[in-house]
Ligand binder design. Structure first.
Ligand code: PMP
Length: 400
C-alpha cells in the first residue's frame, strides 16, 4: 500500500534557509537565496509590474481559460524579446512558441518533447548545473551525461574540457546551455568561445536547448543577454529555448515563461507546436493568465518597456556594485596575495567561490554565513554594508 512510500530526499536550499532563519546572530548573511533582494535585503516587486497590474484591473479582464498554447500576445512578445522582432527566425515563422509554467515548466515541456520524439537521444548538461535540471530530465525519462564546465583551479571556465566533451559525445545529442549568467557558477563563455561552441554543436549535429532565466538581469541589457541564443539562431540551426520571467521581472510565484523551438521551416514549426500543445494538454491543460498579461503589457508597451529596462539596469547594477565592493574589501584585507578577482569576472546573481567543505563549515559556524552545499553563493543576499564583514569571513575561512 501507500505505506511503502519512503521519504524523498530534502531539497538542499530548504536546509540552508531554515538554518539561516534559526540563527539569531545579527551579523548573519544569507547566500542561499534564489531571488533578488534590495540593498536593505528585502524582496522587491518591480514598479513596472505594479503599473501593468493596475492596467489589468482597470480593463476588467475575465478569468476564462487560455488556449492550450497560452496567451497569443504573450507568445508573440516573448519570442520577439528573445530573438529580436526583426530576426529571420521570426520573420520566416520558424519559431514554435508555447507558454510554459515558468522556466521549470518550459524545460519540462522541452524534456517531454525530446523524450517522445527522440527516445534514444541523450542530453549533455554542464558540470555543475542548476540542481533541478537533473530532476526535470530524470522525471521526463531523458538520459543525460555531463560535460566539463567549471575549473576549480582557476575558478573559471574549463573551455577545453567543455569542447572536448561535446565533441566526444555521439552525434545528434541535445546540449543544455545556460543562455547567460550560468547557475551555479556565474561563469559564462566569451562571445568568441560561444562561436566555437556553436561550431562544435553544428559539426556534431547536436541540438542546443538553451535555458534563459536572466535575460536583462545579468548585464542589464536584454539584447546583450540574448546574444548567445541569437548567435546560434543566425546560423540557421535548429534550437530550443526555455524562458523564465521569475528573475528579470521578479514574477517568481506567477510561474510565467515559454518554450521556443526554432525549426528549419514554418511547416516544421507548426508540427512541433502541435506536439508541444499535445504534451501540455496532458500535463496541465492550459497555463495561468496573470503573469502572461503582466509580461505582455510590459514588453508590448514602449513606455513600460523602457521603464523595465531601467529597473533591470538597477537590479543588475546593484549586483555588480556588490561584486566590486566585495572584491575591493578582499584585496585590501587579504595580505596573502590570493586573487579574488573572480568575484568581478563572474556575472549574474551567483558565484562559485571555490571553497571546500571545511571552509564552508567555518563560514557557517564561525561567521554565520550560509551558502548551499555545492558552494554556490547568491550575491543578492549581500549589501554594501555587509561587504567588509563578508570579506573578513572569506579570508579567515579560506586561510584556516
Ligand atoms: N533554470 C535556471 C538555471 C535557474 O536558475 C532557474 C531559477 N532558479 C530556473 C531554470 C527556473 O526557475 P523558474 O521555474 O522559477 O522560472
Amino acid at each position: 500500500g501507500l505505506d511503502s512510500i519512503g521519504m524523498a530526499p530534502a531539497e538542499p536550499n530548504v536546509e540552508v534557509s531554515e538554518a539561516f532563519g534559526a540563527d539569531r546572530n545579527e551579523m548573519k548573511v544569507e547566500l542561499g537565496l534564489g531571488a533578488y533582494r534590495t540593498e536593505d535585503l528585502q524582496p522587491y516587486v518591480l514598479n513596472v509590474v505594479k503599473k501593468a497590474e493596475k492596467l489589468m484591473l482597470e480593463r476588467g479582464e475575465n478569468k476564462e481559460y487560455l488556449p492550450i498554447e497560452g496567451l497569443g500576445a504573450f507568445n508573440k512578445a516573448t519570442a520577439e524579446l528573445l530573438f529580436g522582432a526583426d530576426n529571420a527566425v521570426i520573420q520566416q515563422q520558424r519559431v514554435a512558441t508555447v507558454q510554459g509554467i515558468s522556466g521549470t515548466g518550459s524545460l519540462r515541456l522541452a524534456a517531454a518533447l525530446i523524450h517522445s520524439h527522440f527516445p534514444t537521444s541523450q542530453i549533455l548538461i554542464s558540470s555543475p548545473t542548476w540542481g533541478n535540471h537533473k530532476n526535470i530530465l530524470n522525471d521526463a525519462g531523458v538520459a543525460w551525461s555531463e560535460y566539463r564546465y567549471y575549473d576549480p583551479l582557476t575558478v573559471a571556465l574549463d573551455f577545453q574540457g567543455m569542447i572536448s566533451d561535446i565533441k566526444a559525445a555521439p552525434e545528434g545529442c541535445f546540449v543544455l546551455l545556460h543562455g547567460c549568467a550560468h547557475n551555479p557558477t556565474g561563469i559564462d563563455p566569451t562571445p568568441a568561445q560561444w562561436q566555437i561552441i556553436a561550431d562544435v554543436i553544428e559539426e556534431k549535429k547536436h541540438i542546443p536547448l538553451f535555458d534563459v532565466v536572466y535575460q536583462g538581469y545579468a548585464s542589464g541589457s536584454v539584447e546583450a543577454d540574448a546574444s548567445s541564443v541569437r548567435l546560434f539562431a543566425a546560423r540557421g540551426m535548429e534550437l530550443l529555448v526555455a524562458q523564465s520571467y521569475s528573475k528579470n521581472m521578479g514574477l517568481y510565484a506567477e510561474r510565467i515563461g515559454a518554450i521556443n523551438v526554432v525549426c528549419s521551416s514554418p511547416d516544421s514549426a507548426q508540427r512541433v507546436k502541435s506536439q508541444l500543445k499535445r504534451l501540455a494538454r496532458g500535463m496541465y491543460s492550459n497555463p495561468p493568465v496573470h503573469g502572461a498579461r503582466i509580461v505582455t503589457n510590459i514588453v508590448g508597451n514602449s513606455d513600460l518597456f523602457s521603464e523595465w529596462e531601467e529597473e533591470l539596469r538597477m537590479m543588475a547594477g546593484r549586483i555588480k556594485s556588490v561584486r566590486k565592493k566585495l572584491y575591493e574589501c578582499l584585496s585590501a584585507k587579504d595580505k596573502s596575495g590570493k586573487d579574488w578577482s573572480f568575484f568581478v569576472k563572474h556575472i549574474g546573481m551567483y558565484s562559485y567561490a571555490g571553497l571546500n567543505e571545511a571552509q564552508r563549515e567555518r563560514m557557517r559556524k564561525k561567521w554565520h554565513v550560509y551558502m548551499t552545499k555545492d558552494g554556490r553563493m547568491a550575491l543578492t543576499g549581500v549589501s554594501q554594508a555587509k561587504c567588509e564583514y563578508l570579506a573578513d569571513a572569506f579570508i579567515d575561512s579560506y586561510h584556516n
